[in-house]
Structures are given as C-alpha cells and as structure tokens.
Design a protein around this ligand. Structure first.
Ligand SMILES: NC(=O)c1ccc[n+]([C@@H]2O[C@H](COP(=O)([O-])OP(=O)(O)OC[C@H]3O[C@@H](n4cnc5c(N)ncnc54)[C@H](OP(=O)(O)O)[C@@H]3O)[C@@H](O)[C@H]2O)c1
Length: 259
C-alpha cells in the first residue's frame, strides 16, 4: 500500500447516492474519516450516520457553497487529505439541437465544479506537502457516441485539466488520480437532462457494473498510488482506450445506433 486510507480525511462530492456513496462506504471500511457532501444534506446526514461519516451541504455549481463546505470540513476534521471530485450530471441530446444552456449547465457541474473544489482544497494540501485529488471522469472522456456529445465533451475537458494538474503538482507530494468508469448501475441516467426519448436505465445496458465493485476498484487504485484507472469490463476498456485510437472508424461503425 503506497497511500493508506487509514486515518485520512476524505472529502467526497456527490456522496448522497451512486458511486459517491459506494466510495464513502469503501473509504470508511478502510479506516478513513469521510466527509460526504452533496446538495441533499438530509440524505447525506442519514447515510453518514449509517456509515460513521460526516455530512455537508455542497452545490459545486455555487462558488460560495464550495468555499463554505470546504472550510467547515477543515474546521471539523483538521485538514483534507483526499478530495474526490465525484459529483456529476449526464445529458442526452444530439448536437444539432443541443441547447447552449444545457451544455453550459453540464460543464458547470462536471468541469467548473471540480475546478472550484480543487482550488478550494489545494492551499491546505500544499501547506502540508501531501494529498490526493481523485477525478471521477468517464470512459466517454476517451470517445463519444451518438446523443451524448455534451456529457462526453465535459468529461474530456475534465480529463485534460486532470493531466495538466498532475504535471503541475509533480514534486509537491500531491497525487492526482484519473478514474474513468464505464457504465455503473446508478441513478445518473435517470437524473439526466435529456431531449427526445428518455435514456434507458443503466441496468439494461451491456457491461453495466455494480457500485460496490466500482467503489472497491477505485479505493484500491487510491491506495496503490496509481495515476489512472479505467474501471470497466475488458471489452469496454479495449474499445474506449485502444480501438478509439487505433481504429476509430471501425469503432464508430460497431457503435452506430447502439446508444
Ligand atoms: N453511472 C455511470 O455509469 C458513470 C459512468 C462514468 C462516470 N460516472 C461519473 O460518476 C460520478 C457519479 O455519478 P453516479 O453514477 O453515481 O450518479 P448519481 O447516482 O446521479 O449520483 C450523482 C451524485 O452527484 C450529486 N450531485 C449532482 N449535482 C451536484 C451538485 N451541483 N453539487 C453537489 N453534488 C451534486 C448528487 O447528489 P445531490 O442530488 O444530493 O446533490 C449525487 O449524489 C459522476 O461524475 C458521473 O459522471 C458515472
């Protein structure tokens, strides 16, 4: 173990459900002191009680909310060792009729939200000369499909920021971990903004994985001190990581109409 979670303070955005909740539970099980944060404070409080964590109100779209949540965690727990930028939203629309406001809203949560969180926690991590920033991206950062260009663009933007950040923090003792999950069985698609027909639930998609398995894999990657992890079934990894680069036209033909 390169980075033991035992005793570490871990702040997770979007911990009221899905991957964030699963990861909160996995981190508690490994001895971390977990701060669960999302817009729904009540839900976080109820879940935090169950998993011996603390709950905080946080809307990553609001700079003032980000500042106050981070300063409350610092006050309560004395410092933040790990920030997990997990809060995110999905959107479904073709490009031709994509409303600017929907794309801007997606970027506000998925790109500017993590940016605000990073800028709020970095000064403390720099002073202590250690820390970890975990970015929950997506396999769709590597390659998009029909009707999800907006979401995919936000995750690609996040991944580019992650790459720069890692290089900028080299030698500071602060690690940066890029996580790219494939399809995970959560409410993400149900909560999504969409135009046209409602997205199918994750459960009905091929290669969909459980929150529990995903959370354990992410926690393992954190403790192993990895730089990145594509947390998905092997055919998804093959397609999104390798075929997308080596045979993009072939991949487009295989995936056409599949979304
Ligand atoms: N599920 C997948 O297939 C999949 C695949 C790849 C990547 N991901 C990524 O994994 C992350 C978690 O998604 P999930 O699948 O667990 O989705 P989810 O079940 O919809 O959970 C999303 C979480 O984010 C929180 N959230 C949303 N907007 C927020 C905001 N403005 N401020 C603070 N919290 C906010 C929600 O809580 P509140 O409503 O209480 O704020 C909720 O706890 C996202 O970044 C997503 O893009 C998911």
């Amino acid at each position: 173990v390169k980075f033991s979670l035992a005793g570490k303070v871990v702040l997770i955005s979007g911990a009221s459900g899905g991957i964030g909740l699963g990861l909160a539970e996995a981190c508690v099980a490994r001895g971390a002191r977990v701060a669960m944060a999302s817009r729904n404070l009540r839900a976080c409080q109820a879940l935090a009680k169950r998993s011996q964590a603390r709950a905080y109100a946080l809307d990553v779209r609001r700079p003032a909310s980000v500042k106050s949540a981070v300063s409350k965690v610092l006050k309560d727990l004395g410092g933040i060792d790990v920030l997990v930028n997990n809060a995110g939203v999905h959107m479904f629309s073709d490009v031709a009729s994509m409303p600017e406001a929907a794309l801007a809203g997606t970027f506000d949560t998925n790109v500017f939200g993590p940016l605000r969180m990073i800028q709020a926690v970095l000064p403390g991590m720099r002073r202590r000369g250690s820390g970890m920033i975990v970015q929950i991206g997506s396999t769709l950062a590597y390659r998009s499909l029909e009707n999800i260009g907006g979401y995919s663009a936000s995750k690609a933007a996040l991944q580019r920021l992650t790459e720069s950040l890692r290089m900028e923090l080299a030698g500071t003792g602060i690690r940066v971990l890029d996580i790219s999950p494939g399809v995970v069985k959560t409410q993400l698609r149900k909560n999504a903004w969409f135009r046209g027909k409602a997205p199918a639930p994750a459960e009905t998609l091929p290669f969909a994985r459980s929150v529990g398995a995903t959370a354990e894999e992410i926690a393992d990657a954190m403790e192993a001190g990895r730089r990145d992890l594509m947390s998905a079934a092997w055919p998804v990894r093959l397609a999104m990581k390798y075929l997308s680069v080596l045979a993009p036209g072939f991949l487009d033909r295989q995936l056409a109409g599949k979304n």
